[in-house]
Design a protein around this ligand. Structure first.
Ligand SMILES: Nc1ncnc2c1ncn2[C@@H]1O[C@H](COP(=O)(O)OP(=O)(O)OP(=O)(O)O)[C@@H](O)[C@H]1O
Ligand SMILES: [Mg+2]
Length: 251
């Protein structure tokens, strides 16, 4: 099964400086682009993951962590709400989207994140498009609550499913190196010197640097990884051919 995974950044579909705002116009355009990819059969199967944006990031920032029962429940609640909206738009645009609550299929055991990948695989084999998201999850060893970011979920799923492609769609057009979008970014060579231009608004999982860092050790098992902006044409290219702009991430 040729699996493609796309992360719709929370920064793309919402405004991280404005709590609980959804950018429907961008979400609709991205949903249409994804539907075109499915229609063109670029991949046998697509998995969609979205981030926390002005929902999860804002709530966790306000509480300071997800450690308390209140913070955990509130995070789960708002992320479910965002997921429901994303799934609704995807369905309206023709995608056979199935929202999957990350906290129900994922858990931490200490530092290692476990995902019920068999369930995800079965669902895609049945022709559905699972839509997971960055969420608060339980650590069943430590009996605590932790954040599994959308990026964590993407890299782990891509690794476990040996994805042919992993595409991160973000607010920026790619990874900036020396003021320009790098065409290629090597995790082993370029991470040490990556300049951090900061993340605007509420953020609890660390922006571009953290996104890239999480791929170390996993990228080997993944066909191709791209980081692109939210231009629907570029998103389509990144999933189906090669994007004319954006950053290809390599080992
Ligand atoms: N060198 C860099 N190149 C590109 N972006 C960078 C760099 N350094 C920091 N960033 C920041 O990282 C951000 C992307 O990460 P961010 O977590 O905000 O997006 P996201 O993962 O799509 O959103 P979410 O976490 O809600 O899913 C960019 O918007 C930018 O502000
Ligand atoms: Mg992020």
């Amino acid at each position: 099964l040729r699996v493609h995974i796309v992360k719709i950044g929370g920064s793309v579909i919402s405004d991280k400086t404005r709590p609980f705002s959804i950018d429907y116009s961008t979400l609709e355009k991205v949903a249409c682009a994804l539907n075109r990819c499915i229609k063109k059969r670029c991949a046998d199967a697509l998995v969609i993951v979205h981030g926390g944006g002005g929902f999860g990031h804002y709530v966790v920032d306000e509480f300071g962590s997800v450690n308390s029962v209140e913070a955990f429940l509130r995070t789960v609640e708002v992320m479910r709400e965002l997921n429901a909206k994303v799934v609704e738009v995807l369905r309206l645009k023709g995608v056979k989207a199935l929202g999957i609550d990350t906290h129900a299929v994922a858990e931490f055991r200490g530092s290692s994140l476990r995902i019920d990948v068999d369930k995800v695989r079965t669902v895609i084999e049945m022709g559905l498009v699972p839509v997971l998201y960055g969420d608060a999850v339980v650590d069943i060893e430590e009996k605590s609550f932790k954040i599994a970011s959308g990026d964590d979920i993407c890299w782990e799923l891509a690794y476990l499913l040996k994805a042919e492609r992993l595409v991160f769609v973000t607010r920026v057009p790619g990874v900036f190196v020396g003021g320009r979008v790098a065409k290629v970014f090597s995790l082993s060579r370029d991470l040490r010197t990556l300049e951090d231009i900061g993340v605007g608004g509420h953020d609890v999982t660390g922006g571009m640097r953290a996104k890239l860092l999480k791929g170390v050790g996993k990228i080997k098992s993944i066909g191709a990884v791209y980081i692109v902006g939210f231009d629907p044409r570029i998103v389509e290219q990144a999933l189906c051919l090669e994007p004319e702009v954006g950053t290809r991430v390599v080992e």
